[in-house]
Design a protein around this ligand. Structure first.
Ligand SMILES: [Zn+2]
Ligand SMILES: [Zn+2]
Length: 134
Protein backbone atom coordinates (compact mmCIF):
# COMPACT_ATOMS: atom_id res chain seq x y z
CA UNK A 1 0.00 0.00 0.00
CA UNK A 2 1.37 3.38 -1.00
CA UNK A 3 1.36 6.53 1.08
CA UNK A 4 0.47 9.52 -1.07
CA UNK A 5 1.14 13.21 -0.59
CA UNK A 6 2.07 16.44 -2.24
CA UNK A 7 2.75 20.12 -1.97
CA UNK A 8 0.27 22.85 -1.05
CA UNK A 9 -0.52 23.98 -4.61
CA UNK A 10 -0.84 20.41 -5.94
CA UNK A 11 1.83 20.75 -8.66
CA UNK A 12 3.93 18.03 -7.01
CA UNK A 13 2.43 14.66 -6.08
CA UNK A 14 4.36 11.65 -4.77
CA UNK A 15 3.86 8.07 -3.63
CA UNK A 16 5.87 6.22 -0.99
CA UNK A 17 5.70 2.43 -1.23
CA UNK A 18 5.75 0.23 1.89
CA UNK A 19 6.43 1.07 5.53
CA UNK A 20 8.49 4.08 6.55
CA UNK A 21 11.78 3.02 8.16
CA UNK A 22 11.29 5.63 10.87
CA UNK A 23 9.54 8.91 11.59
CA UNK A 24 11.31 11.64 13.52
CA UNK A 25 10.62 15.25 14.42
CA UNK A 26 13.78 17.16 13.60
CA UNK A 27 14.76 20.27 15.53
CA UNK A 28 18.00 21.02 13.66
CA UNK A 29 18.73 24.56 12.56
CA UNK A 30 18.84 23.67 8.84
CA UNK A 31 15.37 22.09 8.92
CA UNK A 32 13.94 24.99 10.91
CA UNK A 33 15.40 27.66 8.67
CA UNK A 34 14.41 25.95 5.44
CA UNK A 35 10.86 25.18 6.59
CA UNK A 36 10.33 28.42 8.53
CA UNK A 37 8.90 26.23 11.30
CA UNK A 38 10.03 25.28 14.83
CA UNK A 39 10.47 21.60 13.84
CA UNK A 40 9.97 19.34 10.83
CA UNK A 41 8.57 15.79 10.70
CA UNK A 42 10.49 13.35 8.48
CA UNK A 43 9.69 9.79 7.45
CA UNK A 44 12.58 7.78 6.05
CA UNK A 45 12.34 5.46 3.03
CA UNK A 46 14.64 3.62 0.66
CA UNK A 47 15.24 5.95 -2.29
CA UNK A 48 13.48 3.68 -4.82
CA UNK A 49 10.33 3.46 -2.64
CA UNK A 50 9.44 7.11 -3.28
CA UNK A 51 8.22 8.15 -6.72
CA UNK A 52 7.26 11.64 -7.83
CA UNK A 53 4.11 11.22 -9.90
CA UNK A 54 3.46 14.86 -10.82
CA UNK A 55 5.73 17.85 -11.29
CA UNK A 56 9.44 18.32 -10.67
CA UNK A 57 10.74 19.46 -7.29
CA UNK A 58 13.48 22.08 -7.19
CA UNK A 59 16.62 20.93 -5.37
CA UNK A 60 18.47 23.23 -2.99
CA UNK A 61 21.91 22.44 -1.56
CA UNK A 62 21.39 23.28 2.11
CA UNK A 63 24.81 21.95 3.12
CA UNK A 64 27.80 20.38 1.34
CA UNK A 65 25.94 17.11 0.67
CA UNK A 66 22.43 17.83 1.98
CA UNK A 67 19.76 18.40 -0.67
CA UNK A 68 16.30 19.78 0.05
CA UNK A 69 13.64 19.19 -2.60
CA UNK A 70 10.70 21.58 -2.64
CA UNK A 71 7.90 22.78 -4.90
CA UNK A 72 9.19 25.64 -7.08
CA UNK A 73 5.68 27.09 -7.28
CA UNK A 74 4.38 27.11 -3.69
CA UNK A 75 7.59 26.46 -1.75
CA UNK A 76 6.43 23.40 0.21
CA UNK A 77 9.39 21.34 1.44
CA UNK A 78 9.03 17.69 0.40
CA UNK A 79 12.21 15.60 0.49
CA UNK A 80 15.72 15.49 1.90
CA UNK A 81 18.61 13.47 0.54
CA UNK A 82 22.27 13.24 1.48
CA UNK A 83 24.28 10.82 -0.67
CA UNK A 84 27.26 11.02 1.68
CA UNK A 85 25.59 10.50 5.08
CA UNK A 86 22.44 8.61 4.00
CA UNK A 87 23.19 6.84 0.69
CA UNK A 88 20.13 5.21 -0.91
CA UNK A 89 17.78 6.97 1.51
CA UNK A 90 15.17 9.67 1.09
CA UNK A 91 13.38 11.54 3.86
CA UNK A 92 9.84 12.77 3.23
CA UNK A 93 8.27 15.70 5.09
CA UNK A 94 5.48 13.80 6.80
CA UNK A 95 3.16 16.80 7.11
CA UNK A 96 2.80 16.69 3.29
CA UNK A 97 1.06 13.28 3.46
CA UNK A 98 -2.56 13.21 2.36
CA UNK A 99 -3.14 11.41 5.67
CA UNK A 100 -0.47 12.58 8.12
CA UNK A 101 -2.07 10.50 10.90
CA UNK A 102 -1.12 7.32 9.06
CA UNK A 103 2.48 7.12 10.36
CA UNK A 104 2.89 8.43 13.93
CA UNK A 105 6.15 10.17 14.85
CA UNK A 106 8.48 8.04 16.99
CA UNK A 107 11.17 10.42 18.23
CA UNK A 108 12.49 13.95 18.55
CA UNK A 109 15.94 14.29 17.00
CA UNK A 110 18.62 17.01 16.91
CA UNK A 111 17.28 18.49 20.16
CA UNK A 112 20.74 19.98 20.70
CA UNK A 113 19.54 22.64 18.22
CA UNK A 114 15.98 22.87 19.60
CA UNK A 115 14.44 26.31 20.26
CA UNK A 116 14.36 26.49 24.07
CA UNK A 117 10.59 27.08 24.42
CA UNK A 118 9.81 24.06 22.22
CA UNK A 119 10.86 21.72 25.05
CA UNK A 120 7.63 22.57 26.92
CA UNK A 121 5.40 23.51 23.95
CA UNK A 122 2.99 20.66 24.84
CA UNK A 123 2.17 22.49 28.10
CA UNK A 124 0.88 25.65 26.35
CA UNK A 125 -2.85 26.48 26.49
CA UNK A 126 -4.77 24.81 23.68
CA UNK A 127 -7.76 26.07 21.67
CA UNK A 128 -9.91 24.15 19.21
CA UNK A 129 -9.49 27.15 16.85
CA UNK A 130 -8.40 30.53 18.29
CA UNK A 131 -8.40 32.05 21.79
CA UNK A 132 -11.70 33.78 22.71
CA UNK A 133 -11.83 37.48 21.74
CA UNK A 134 -11.84 39.91 24.66
ZN1 LIG B 1 3.38 23.39 -4.96
ZN1 LIG C 1 16.83 18.54 10.53
Amino acid sequence: MATTGGCHCGAIRYEAEGQALTHALCHCTDCRRHAGAPMVGWTMYKLDAVKVRNGTPKVYASSEHGRRHFCPNCGTGLFFTNEKVLPGIIDVQSATYDNPDSVPARAHIQVADRISWMERAHELPVFERYPPQQ
